[in-house]
Design a protein around this ligand. Structure first.
Ligand code: ADP
Ligand code: ZN
Length: 734
């Protein structure tokens, strides 16, 4: 007889122990015991006890460190009947955690954003034809039998609808045994896309671009392509070909869009090409839908997802392509809990999963443009607009020479063009990236400025609502009539324009025009989608909007775009200010003239010689990039150098500053890495918390993560109200 370990030591050693990542900011996985008879593997989604409650976690890789007596360990409560997170997905989540210096549990939580999706969706009751036939035939019954004779199962209402009868006809047949009740899997959230549904005939440079892209995609291995082409050149049409090829190869596709909640037109366009819509993924999705999409992505029922940045963390069954549309868009950067850039992490996901990634933009980020120039990315260029669509003529309105009327913000040059445009029954768009009526209110008598009590920011007047509001914390109060400082009545003045104030000015000039203000604070997503459709149908003459009008909408009759304040955003100390302004203004002016009508874009500026203005009106973006890239290289800024921000906040200014100093003093000395600060943040106070910033500046090959980790480890512990946020590759410096 041979002895096995069970006989020698009893069953205790047989208890398996596995690491489980729980959705908490813990530095590593916790150990849990696996009860007898339970099968788990790395990636299994499980329910485990944590303190007084149960949480959902994921069995992780690696050996348990054996530090705890297995008898004392808590047991896994349950394994969900759900595909485990695959090895690529786990490696990706680990990578993101390490790169962004985020506790891995918080990253894993992003992959589990569908609270009750881990159990299979319940089966749906359905009807199937039996051998029985009704005693008495009617025309309606015949239609039902003919429809159901395909041998498939039908839902009661689906069958009634398809046969054009009322449900009672179906019920009558069921009670006679003509139908039996069966259970079938729930229907997919979207139909399967058909790569051959409506393939376009590509033209001119599109052919070469598509051929180049397909060559990359069909290698079926990691590569990054950068499609760079002016708005309306057919970038979307070209990357649809890459999607078709990937679908034919049986793989799933993810399309990232910066503002998916607003891009109803994109979904329709996809449907026109592929015969079905992609599944949507974004924060405005109804919870039930969210769960269905999550589930069906993991099982592979959903083939294509169009989503906001968070879609990158969906556990696809077999992802084969990621498209990042408008890759330069700042909305890809998340600055909340996990600080990451979805564009960059999409490239990482492609590398780990060994599949192609396609970045798309009319105005690529400097980082991507450089990567294209040095050959890390494959540049694919579309130089001309498709068909007879011409780019708008672009002009500068020199505000020093053509100033607005007193109290106004629109130059007579622009007003004149608006009049001509609506006179031709075409539409005009006025763009100003400022919500509300006026960004600052002050008292003419004592000079008091209305400031947020909890933030270092002015309160913005929202006249439609009769409020003044803080745009950082949401604080608001009724617009006062008297100055709280000196008590004088009716001497408050609004300084500077917001979209509501521009609308007022427009209505003075054009009282009969149909004017609409589009701003995220004025309406929810649903309303916004409806308004955008109405505008596309021509139900407005003059549209005044913030940056959400810049994104991807197609207004066929829009022939004038006026940029109210092209200088806004140039002067805020952000190293990307010029780039951002160039991108935003190019995108907005690109809204005009998409259908062949002659169109015009006008930029109101006090700095007509600024390189950004010159680059836009001359159409010479190459010169702009060349200059911008040179500047970055000289200052060793990304992509030629690296940055990391450390933001320390606390209830008192002293605590925040003291902690930031402590961190700086604790930083290791590393050749090529320097620390700037601590300095009080430009937004020195948010929600009552005082903020200080450190900026870590390294060379291109510096190990920023090790440096920051060492600094945090050697620095003062986070105590009391102090909290530290790390932002690798920061986009915001406020
Ligand atoms: P971009 O993504 O570069 O802005 P789009 O792909 O949206 O450009 O193309 C602009 C417009 O031209 C769209 O309405 C699109 O349907 C149309 N279009 C582009 N290429 C073709 C083509 N080859 N055949 C038919 N329509 C096209
Ligand atoms: Zn505030």
């Amino acid at each position: 007889m041979t002895l096995d370990s069970t006989d020698l030591f009893g069953p205790v050693l047989d208890r398996r122990v596995v690491p489980v990542l729980v959705p908490m900011p813990a530095p590593r996985a916790y150990s849990y015991a696996v009860p007898d008879g339970m099968a788990v593997e790395p990636g299994s989604i499980v329910q485990v006890p944590l303190g007084p409650r149960f949480v959902v976690g994921v069995v992780w890789d690696g050996e348990d460190d054996g530090g705890v007596d297995p008898k004392k360990l808590k047991q896994i409560e349950k394994v969900f009947d759900c595909p485990p997170l695959g090895p690529d997905m786990r490696a990706f989540l680990d990578w993101v955690a390490a790169y962004t210096l985020t506790p891995p549990g918080l990253v894993v939580r992003m992959a589990l954003r569908a609270p009750t999706a881990f159990d299979p969706e319940p089966m749906v009751e359905a009807l199937r034809l039996t051998e029985m036939r009704p005693e008495r035939m009617t025309a309606a019954r015949e239609r039902v039998l003919a429809t159901a004779s395909d041998g498939l199962s039908w839902t009661r209402s689906g069958l009634a609808h398809a046969a054009g009868v009322s449900s009672s006809v179906i019920d009558g047949l069921t009670s006679q045994g003509v139908f039996e009740t069966v259970f079938m899997p729930p229907p997919p959230v979207v139909a399967a896309p058909d790569p051959a549904f409506a393939a376009p005939r590509l033209e001119g440079p599109q052919k070469q671009a598509a051929a180049d892209l397909l060559a990359a995609v069909e290698e079926r291995k990691f590569s990054v392509s950068l499609i760079d082409g002016i708005t309306g050149s057919g970038k979307t049409e070209v990357y649809f070909e890459a999607i078709a090829a990937t679908l034919r190869a049986g793989k799933q596709v993810l399309i990232l869009l910066p503002e998916i909640a607003l891009t109803a037109s994109f979904l329709e366009r996809f449907q026109d090409r592929f015969g079905a819509k992609p599944a949507e993924w974004h924060s405005d999705l109804a919870p039930r839908m969210r769960e269905k999409v999550w589930r069906q992505v993991t099982t592979g029922q959903v083939r294509v997802v169009a989503g906001a940045r968070s879609a990158l963390f969906l556990p696809f069954e077999d992802l084969g392509l990621i498209i990042v549309d408008e890759e330069h868009d700042p909305a890809y950067k998340q600055e909340d809990r996990v600080f990451y850039n979805a564009r960059d992490m999409a490239v990482v996901r492609g590398r780990i999963g060994n599949f192609p990634v396609v970045l798309v933009s009319a105005t690529p980020s400097v980082e991507s443009r450089v990567n294209g120039e040095v050959g890390r990315y494959r540049p694919i260029h579309l130089p001309t607009r498709f068909g007879d669509a011409a780019l708008p003529d672009l002009g500068i309105v020199d505000m020093r020479r053509h100033p607005p009327e007193r109290g106004g913000f629109l130059s007579p040059v622009l007003v004149n063009q608006i009049g001509k445009t609506i006179g031709r029954r075409e539409q005009a768009l006025l763009f100003l990236n400022r919500r509300g009526y006026a960004p600052l209110t002050l008292c003419r008598v004592c000079g008091h400025r209305f400031q947020c009590p909890d933030c270092s920011s002015w309160l913005v007047e929202h006249r439609f609502r009769g409020q003044i509001q803080c745009h950082h914390c949401g604080y608001s109060e009724r617009t006062p009539e008297a100055c709280p400082e000196c008590g004088t009545l009716d001497h408050l003045v609004a300084c500077g324009p917001g979209v509501e104030r521009i609308a007022e000015e427009v209505e003075r000039h054009f009282p009969d025009a149909r004017t609409i203000v589009l701003s995220s604070d004025l309406m929810g997503v649903k309303r916004l989608r409806l308004e955008l459709e109405a505008i596309a149908r021509g139900e407005a003459d003059i549209v005044i909007g913030t940056q959400l009008v810049a994104k991807g909408h197609n207004f066929p009759n829009m022939t004038l775009v006026g940029i109210v304040d092209a200088d806004l955003g140039l002067a805020n100390g952000d190293p990307r200010a010029a780039e951002r302004t160039f991108q935003l203004l190019s995108q907005v002016t690109g809204r005009a003239g998409r259908t062949g009508l002659k169109s015009l874009g006008l930029l109101q500026t006090y700095q007509p010689q600024h390189p950004v203005m010159q680059a836009i009106v001359s159409g010479d973006s190459d010169a702009f990039y060349e200059r911008e890239i040179h500047e970055r290289e000289r200052a060793v800024l990304p992509p030629f150098g690296r940055l990391a921000s450390v933001i320390v906040s606390a209830d008192t200014r002293g605590d925040a500053e003291g902690h930031a100093r402590g961190l700086r003093n604790a930083a290791p000395r590393v050749d090529g890495i320097a620390i700037l600060g601590p300095a009080e943040a430009p937004l020195a106070l948010i929600r009552g918390r005082h903020r200080f910033r450190l900026l870590v500046h390294g060379r291109r090959n510096s190990d920023m993560q090790s440096f920051v980790r060492a600094m945090i480890a050697a620095g003062p512990k986070e105590r009391g109200s102090v909290s530290v946020q790390l932002d690798i590759d920061p986009q915001s410096f406020l």
